[in-house]
Ligand binder design. Structure first.
Ligand code: MOS
Length: 739
């Protein structure tokens, strides 16, 4: 049904959100609920020698203080690393031993009648340590470097990406670029903090309320940690108050909260404060990128080499896929990627929105801009000259690619033809330096398997139960719009039942595959429902005298009707549904047996640099995306605008500051971790190609949430070069670099 045009449906949850009526996972107080806090390690690595918890235990209102030597924790297991067949963001579960792996690691859980008492008691926990030497930066002299291709990570997924003979082609190329770029550690900082409410039933069942992108993974991981069968655990994550990858798997506080609730026989709530979230949940790792490009004099790129080093922890190899983007952004026949992991004394880093693509594009699209100046060729024309319809790595066809159209349309809307090529050649009336920059982005088109159940009732209810989580991206609206369009009922009447492990399997929602996973499944369920209604009422279900589902049910004397469909990606075996129900990552793509799918975007950015202070402003951005069919225009537009804001933050503001002496992150609050505010954001124009992808699924939808920010950072850096003639290759770009 890829010819369906989807209407501009208002957010189905907008009214509740602006009224504050939306209930997030841990918003509702259970009767008799206790409050928990964590005490944390103040060394960068080592072991706890002794803990004195007497003062904490003596604090009025305190009911429990748990430490590693407590019998309640004796049976607790690690849930395993999510990229190693497990369920947690890292393999290391704090408080199972005296070991300290990183600064900020929990060393005690305190539970009290009030949050105030628990907070006071946490400050009274005293520990003595034997510290060990630490290395926390990529450049630490003793940093241990692991070549990803030699690691035990699953191949071919994490093998180095190659095509042709890049080194020879680079050596022979008439024009070359050789440049090094870096990206800092950054933290997601969703507004909703990491938080858990754990409640045990009299029958030994465990109910977890937690904002997560992966309710099934949390359920399965907790069952493994606590030695329960998964049917004893239910996880509810109705709305996630932002996540951006940080809540993609089991967190360190969840099992500890559950253990405390079991021991005390009362519900326990733990909200992880912002500063602790910097230290005990995943983050964007520091990385460095060595890019080499070789080109013919006509601008055709003939060789690219991308060598990346990325931070990981001591206990996990967090795998990277930086070159997966750069190998495929253009049709370059000779490519060599090489990824290495640098082990440091931190919690395991992870996926933060456009985790590899954002910073890989910063490096690569910066180098492409350098090449444009080397060639004296317009940067838009250079990119279009390197377009392709074939994936250069697998040589399979791309299912759809409208990057050149994104660039052309964006250039038109931006007024790019008025740009003068020479750096420093454009000024505003107030004397500000003006720079115009462009960059492309891409993001793999992945899909997870899904089971969708659709129920209609004789009183007009429509309920779609499918695996996906609402994290603010608007998937409840997209589901309602898609089901409503097929059943021809009002979108407001469609209720999405998602984020609850009692329903269909709630696979991890990440990698921007949520819409391409859930919406085609929901649409196929709606089509199955139309068939079922047709059987109930052969004359009424379609045609001119078409009756509503509720009318058909009433006429047939049926209170409700249910259908269920299962859908998987091209090439996935049926066994994938077993992985789905075990809460394991079961997504496919971007390579499918017969095609390769990416989404694309082009960003055009204007910067203005105040000549006295060199303050960089971004008054205007035009972004044109090819995400296949747009199924929810209003929330899609918001996704892209939000991605542009993220890109502005990631390139001009955000860095998690590291002090090599102490470990951890210094600026662990929103006063010191600087993000853009409204005053930093100017005009953001968003447009979509809106051409359905013919192969990925029946709706023609690809991926949007992450591609939105890919390419914003290089477009800004390229615009700063255009304004000033200064090529800045390290993020975030600060005033002192522009001087
Ligand atoms: Mo996304 S960074 O894969 O949750």
């Amino acid at each position: 049904m890829s010819d369906t045009i989807y209407p501009d449906t208002p957010r189905v949850d907008a009214r509740d959100k602006v009224r504050g009526a939306t209930r997030y996972a841990t918003d509702d107080a259970r009767a008799d609920m206790l409050h928990a806090t964590l005490a944390i390690a103040t060394i960068g690595r080592g072991r706890v020698d002794h803990m004195d918890t007497r003062a904490a235990r003596a604090t009025p209102g305190v009911r429990l203080v748990l430490t590693h030597d407590d019998a309640d924790l004796a049976g607790l297991k690690t849930a395993g690393f999510v990229m190693g067949g497990g369920y947690a963001f890292q393999n290391f579960q704090p408080m199972l031993s005296p070991e300290i792996a990183y600064r900020g690691q929990p060393i005690a859980l305190i539970v009290a009648e009030t949050l105030e008492a628990a907070t006071e008691a946490a400050a009274l926990v005293e520990a003595t340590y034997t510290p060990a030497p630490i290395q926390v930066s990529l450049d630490a002299p003793a940093a241990d470097i692991v070549a990803q291709a030699d690691s035990p990570l699953p191949k071919p997924m994490f093998a180095d990406v190659t095509a042709g003979d890049a080194d020879t082609a680079f050596a022979d190329a008439p024009l070359t670029i050789d440049a090094a770029y870096t990206g800092p550690p950054q933290h997601q900082n969703p507004m909703e903090l990491l938080a858990t409410v754990a409640e045990w039933g009299d029958d030994g069942t465990l109910l977890i309320h937690e904002g997560t992108q992966n309710a099934e993974g949390v359920r399965q991981g907790l069952a493994r940690q606590l030695g329960l069968t998964p049917d004893k655990v239910r996880v509810i994550s109705p709305y996630v108050g932002g996540s951006f990858g940080q809540k993609n798997s089991l967190q360190m506080q969840t099992a500890l909260t559950a253990v405390a609730a079991r021991r005390l026989k009362r519900p326990v709530k733990l909200v992880v404060p912002r500063a602790q979230g910097f230290h005990d949940a995943s983050f964007r790792p520091a990385s460095r990128h060595h890019i080499r490009l070789g080109a013919e004099r006509d601008g055709r790129m003939v060789a690219a080499i991308h060598e990346a080093d990325s931070q990981t922890s001591r206990h996990d190899l967090f795998p990277t896929q930086y070159a997966a983007l750069t190998a495929r952004l253009y049709g370059i026949g000779n490519f060599r990627g090489r990824e290495r992991l640098v082990q440091t004394d931190v919690q395991t880093p992870g996926y933060m929105r456009a985790p590899f693509e954002h910073i890989a594009a910063f490096a690569f699209e910066g180098a492409v801009d350098e090449l444009a100046y080397e060639l004296d060729m317009d940067p838009v024309a250079l990119r279009i000259a390197n377009d392709t319809t074939t994936d250069p790595i697998s040589t399979r066809p791309l299912s759809s690619r409208h990057l050149a159209e994104c660039l052309r349309r964006g250039a038109e809307r931006f007024g790019w033809s008025r740009r003068r090529m020479a750096p420093g050649s454009m000024r505003a009336d107030d004397g500000s330096l003006v720079g115009w920059g462009v960059a492309s982005g891409a993001y793999p088109g992945s899909t997870a398997p899904a089971v969708a159940r659709l129920r209609v009732t004789d009183d007009g209810g429509v309920f779609i139960d499918v695996g996906v989580h609402e994290m603010g991206q608007g998937v409840r609206t997209a589901l309602a719009a898609a089901v409503a369009a097929r059943l021809r009922v009002p979108a407001q009447s469609v209720v999405a039942e998602i984020g609850d492990t009692r329903g269909t399997p709630q696979h991890l929602t990440a990698g921007a595959w949520g819409t391409a996973t859930a919406v085609p499944a929901a649409v196929e369920a709606a089509e199955a429902m139309l068939d079922a209604l047709q059987k109930l009422d052969p004359k009424g279900a379609d045609g001119a005298a078409r009756r509503s589902p509720a009318q058909i049910l009433r006429a047939a004397g049926r209170p409700s009707l249910d259908v269920e469909i299962r859908r998987k990606a091209q090439g996935q075996p049926d066994a994938i549904f077993g992985q789905l129900t075990q809460g394991l990552v079961a997504a496919a793509g971007p390579e499918y047996p017969e095609f390769v799918t990416f989404s694309y975007i082009a960003h055009f950015v204007e910067v203005r640099i105040e000549p006295g202070t060199r303050r960089v402003r971004v008054p205007r951005v035009v972004s044109v995306a090819d995400c296949g069919r747009v199924v929810s225009p209003r929330t899609a537009r918001s996704q892209v605008a939000g991605g542009v804001v993220w890109g502005i933050g990631a390139s001009l503001r955000e860095v998690s500051e590291v002090d090599a002496r102490f470990g951890g992150f210094l600026n662990d609050d929103l006063a010191d971790y600087v993000i853009p505010v409204n005053a930093d954001i100017g005009s953001i124009e968003v447009d979509f190609i809106d051409e359905p992808d013919p192969l990925l699924n029946s709706v023609g939808v690809k991926t949007l949430g992450e591609v939105a920010m890919v390419g914003v950072a290089p477009a800004i850096a390229n615009a700063i070069y255009h304004a000033t003639g200064r090529r800045l290759r390290d993020l975030p770009i600060r005033i002192e670099q522009v001087l």
